[in-house]
Ligand binder design. Sequence first.
Ligand SMILES: Cc1cc2nc3c(=O)[nH]c(=O)nc-3n(C[C@H](O)[C@H](O)[C@H](O)COP(=O)(O)OP(=O)(O)OC[C@H]3O[C@@H](n4cnc5c(N)ncnc54)[C@H](O)[C@@H]3O)c2cc1C
Length: 811
Amino acid sequence: MKSQARVVVIGGGVVGCSVLYHLTKAGWKDVVLVERDRLTSGSTWHAAGGFHTLNGDPNVAKLQGYTIGLYDELEKISGQACGLHRSGGLILADTPERLEWLKMAHARAKYLGLETEMMSMKEAKALNPLLEEKYFVGAMLDAADGNLDPEGTTHAYAKSARIAGAEIYQNCRVTDLKARADGTWDVITVNGNIHAEHVVNCGGLWAREVGRMVGLELPVLAMEHMYLVTDDMPEVIAYNKERGRELPHIIDFKSEIYMRQERSGIVLGTYEKECKPWQPKQTPWDFGQELLPPDLDRIADHLEIGYRHFPALAKVGIKRVINGPFTFSPDGNPLVGPVQGLKNFWCACAVMAGFSQGGGVGLALSQWMVNGDPGFDVWAMDVSRFGEWATRRYTNEKVRENYARRFSIKFPNEELPGARPQQTTALYDTMIAQGAVMGDSWGLETPLWFAPKGVEPKDVFSFHRSNDFAHVKAEVLGVRNGVGVTEIANFAKYRFTGHGAESFLSRLMTNKMPKVGRLILTPMLNPAGKLIGDFTIANAGNDTFYMWGSSQAQKYHMRWFEQHVPNDGSVNIHRYDMGLVGLSIAGPKSRAVLQKLTDAEVSNAAFKFMDHRAMDIGNVPALINRVTYTGDIGYEIWVAPDYQRRLYQEIMKAGKDEGIINFGMRALLCMRLEKNFPTWYRELRPIYGGFEAGMDRFIDLTKNDFIGREAAMEEKRSGGKLCRVSMIVEAGDADVLGDEPISHKGKVVGWVTSGGFAHFVNKSMAQGYVPKELADDLGKGAFEIEIIGEQRKATIIIDPPFDPKGERMRS
Ligand SMILES: Cc1cc2nc3c(=O)[nH]c(=O)nc-3n(C[C@H](O)[C@H](O)[C@H](O)COP(=O)(O)OP(=O)(O)OC[C@H]3O[C@@H](n4cnc5c(N)ncnc54)[C@H](O)[C@@H]3O)c2cc1C
């Protein structure tokens, strides 16, 4: 065994072997994998081996597509068969809502280049005669679905990695990890130590325990999962004989069953409501290649429905029941990437669909390690997306919720109840008492909209406009015609201090740093010139800068800051988390309200647009920014949490005569839409360049050098490939939600990033990306957007429909 290696990958399941292979493919050969037992001995060996491209996040779907395409390459390199069966798969909808969901998934597949087809039940039955069509209303065929041999596939990765120079040590458990001062690791194993530059946690069922070796409590939990293998079925034998092919896979939303052909029988698995965590506190190290006792009672309800939907199954015997554990994160997507606060420690765990996702995870992680960037938009699986609030019990509740909902559709206005409320501000009860419907924003309860007296504060879930429509409209009009107040505690807030703070920020950000008492808006780019952040920065004087950004990306951003901060002590970075909370007041009467709350003069001359001040508001010491995301005249007021309640009371008192109203996140997001403002994570993501996203005025190529400047200059010169556009949509009773395809002259050319109904201007709006060359086509209805199966005409607009010259916010 080597005593020195560039990388030690811990864990020889399908994920660890994929990471190892991809590292060699990316050019790192001095890499080793250590496995506690033998390869596949975690959850990999007993997997059902199914694969598919469908995923709620289009970027994860793309990586799943990559994984599935990889198997031929692995077989060729390794000479090891993966046991591939590319049989295609049907997803069956039993209700109109589930059919709508399928239509949207099908539309999304068009711009992702995935091969799907909507079908009548007659057509679906012709493809898979086991189903009873009367129970369903429609189906979607996904041509890329299939299954494989888990063991063979894992060995194909391992052999391919070995051929490229990697080494694998089996029966070699890692018992501890010790960090050296230079950021390298001593990997302590039962067979001796390896000094490694990088360590990757691919511990699967033991990923949590490996995390604990370095002081991490990763949000990952194993669940028991059962599938049955039936005896041979005459129906299957006849089908194979007649058609010369296998039955396509099936997912049945109603019974929450998946199934596929296995030899001349069927494999049938469930994601049952009565699901069961496995080893919720500690996975025993001596758990071998073992199965768990079957518990058919737990899945009996699902089987009962399944037997009605697929009557032939009710008549056949069960040959085997497999019950095995595998791991999930709270949202069901993997945990991948470098861990904030630790040097050279990487994760590739909580991969619940190793045979759909393992290849993409390996590719992204290896590129990240070798090139400093995953090369894709991997936000949906980034380990940094969970905050401190994702505790062990939180994870337990969320994983159970997620498992039980594996085949449930999620509506765009549906806020899942598991593990809530987790974090609340001091205003939580006050907001609830005023009819707030709350949503979860990075673990924090945040008002979405307010139900007036007599209206139940509850969303009616739908893909169409819903019961909040009139109330959100009233909030928007209340702000635009008067004044409103909203909670903004869910923003990320940071403070940078020290004599190096300004030059540090200036090196990271594309815009010039503000003068004392002023604010700037600025994107942040990676070296490839892609967007990795979007912030508001205030210069408070005395080498102190405050910064606000997206709450969800706090750890993602902290990781980047820590990676680049000079180690000479010249810059201190503080992430406030909930240590600073805020309220925003906005609308034409907001200045009058603010003036009543302070002795300082707040006229337009004394307190200008994009000014930053520290002042007392009511009795409360606060930081104030003269800017709001509504695009209207308004203010963000930031205070320590102990003052937030008092601040709110003072604002409501001062605003009474002006008719102040509460407004929620949905009204706020609607107002930004009619200003053509982009949002982080939708319009602004690491797949877009700053100029492509239309952030030109915040990118100063003439200032000092900054990360991504060269790439940005090149993008400016070439104009980039894509262009962010705002569109008016001729919608029906449903607006865009995001991820719909945009067509031009009948061809899919782009995709929607976000949208909705813009209430003040009374229009349905969308933002999205199209090829740069098409962004000049301003013809009325020149584009079409597919909304729930219907092509809707869309027209690009250049100026925001509300206050196109920005006079209101500057007035
Ligand atoms: C019943 C069942 C059916 C499934 N069906 C499917 C399916 O159809 N399709 C699909 O894609 N997925 C399926 N899965 C899920 C799939 O098995 C997992 O996604 C996959 O196995 C995850 O692989 P992994 O490498 O992350 O973890 P694991 O397979 O658990 O591998 C982790 C490895 O790390 C090793 N290890 C841990 N700690 C240490 C240490 N300290 N030192 C050294 N080695 C260590 C372990 O021994 C283990 O071999 C199924 C799972 C189950 C249980």
